[in-house]
Design a protein around this ligand. Structure first.
Ligand code: CA
Length: 229
């Protein structure tokens, strides 16, 4: 569940925001003074902050500035004074948005959701660089060279990994053992095509629930192997 921290000294406003956010499926924490709010913001694992500007102790500007020293988490500033908005912009504190009191709760919710999804996209772009092949419960991370079955990682040797990846990238295509041997072992090979059979067997033991009835790599008798999609 996504966690949101509200730092707000007017408890009626804080409770109203909390109710709406919880209805929308968020987990919400409230701090009602700036000092506790700052400490909580820096130590906790939150997905978004809603900061009032005028607070006892540390003000919202300072909390915003301090959060930005270490986190890119979305921040929405809330203020009763229109002047504060100019100040937020002018100081370049790194707030993502601002809302003036009194505000419409629906509008606040829309902004919360918009900033969370924008942040997800930003983070996602950085995190999804790995090239992934996913077929049913099988997940091959080509970048990290790791293989998972139903979320559980299986240890693969280099050649096993190359062979599985090659077949999975070329599904519904029957390859002879000779073709696979050339493709994966190439000129460095000292073995023979029986190596292919041995490797297929080892791969099946790792990814198949029942090796005698394979769901991923089929044996085409007298011809070779084919990856099923
Ligand atoms: Ca206040």
């Amino acid at each position: 569940m996504r966690k949101i921290l509200i730092v707000e000294d007017e408890s009626s406003i804080a409770e109203l925001e909390k109710d709406y956010l919880e209805l929308a499926g968020f987990e919400v924490a409230i701090e009602n003074n700036g000092t506790a709010g700052l400490a909580r913001a820096l130590s906790g694992d939150f997905d978004l902050f809603i900061l009032d500007v005028m607070l006892p102790g540390v003000d919202g500007f300072e909390i915003c500035r301090r959060i930005r020293e270490s986190k890119n988490t979305p921040i929405i500033m809330v203020s009763a004074k229109k002047d504060d908005i100019d100040k937020i912009r002018g100081l370049g504190l790194g707030a993502d948005d601002y809302v003036t009191k009194p505000f419409n709760s629906g509008e606040l919710m829309a902004r919360v959701k918009a900033h969370l999804s924008r942040y997800d996209r930003l983070v996602g772009e950085g995190a999804s660089k790995n090239e992934i092949i996913e077929i049913r419960g099988l997940r091959i991370d080509k970048t990290a060279r790791r293989v998972y079955i139903d979320g559980e990682e299986k240890p693969f040797t280099t050649k096993e990994f190359d062979l599985l990846t090659f077949l999975a990238e070329n599904p519904n295509h029957v390859y002879t053992k000779e073709e696979l041997f050339r493709e994966i072992w190439g000129m460095e090979a000292f073995g023979d095509i029986a190596t292919v059979t041995v490797h297929i067997k080892k791969i099946r033991e790792k990814i198949e629930e029942d090796s005698s009835n394979p769901q991923y790599i089929e044996t085409i008798w007298g011809v070779g192997y084919r990856f099923k999609v």
